[in-house]
Design a protein around this ligand. Sequence first.
Ligand SMILES: [Fe+2]
Ligand SMILES: [Fe+2]
Length: 274
Amino acid sequence: MRFLFLGDVVGRAGRRAVLSELPKLRERWKLDFVVVNGENAAGGFGITEAIYQDLIDAGADVVTLGNHAFDQRETLVYITRQDRMLRPLNYPKDTPGRGACLVRARNGADILVMNVLGRVFMTELDCPFRAVDAELTACRLKQGADAIIIDMHAEATSEKQSLAYFVDGKASVVVGTHTHVPTADERILPNGTAYMSDAGMCGDYNSVLGMDTEEPITRFVTKIPRGRFEPAEGPPTLSGLAVEIDDRNGLATRLSALRRGGVLSVIEPDFWND
Ligand SMILES: [Fe+2]
Ligand SMILES: [Fe+2]
């Protein structure tokens, strides 16, 4: 199975990258399943239903979120009817929407996808380890699902790596999101789970985490907010992780970071180009 994950889509630049490139990549690489993190798609803060639908139409099978899940108030309402949108699993009970879903891929496989929030340097929530473990117990790899994808939305790489090793061999992919900076540590763990600490963002990297540099610099220098954070709108980079998953056991066989366009060096998975 051919799986592609795309990191946090930031503003118009990020959407432009995904909407123009994803349909081509789906075709060219014959992707079976695509997950896109959309928590910053609407002006950097949350996601509207129209933007969610655009991402689905462009080829996303599931859209994951994070700490910005409900920045757009309408999300509280429409998330209950959009069953391919995930907010973090470990939010308080009774939070609208869902943190995990089982979705049929193009190749007929059933894929369990989860979105979970870390707690280090972030707000207090239910334990992400126990939340993920409960889902994995209810829906085991190759029993309840043919592949299992976990979007670990967290600040600390230690927490992300701990979660990845915690589920090594029980999930197909653990990919980090939230920092908007791609890490160079993509690898297959000893028991077969594909891992990358952060997929990076889809957006304009000539920025501070996708935002115009002026306001972040001002706040660091003066400690006084002067205006709003505005998404940078220069040439966007598409950033993520490509994973080939063994249909027999649901574990990873090959992986590659993906970066194309914009100001970062280009990285492409070469194993699907034949
Ligand atoms: Fe983000
Ligand atoms: Fe985030």
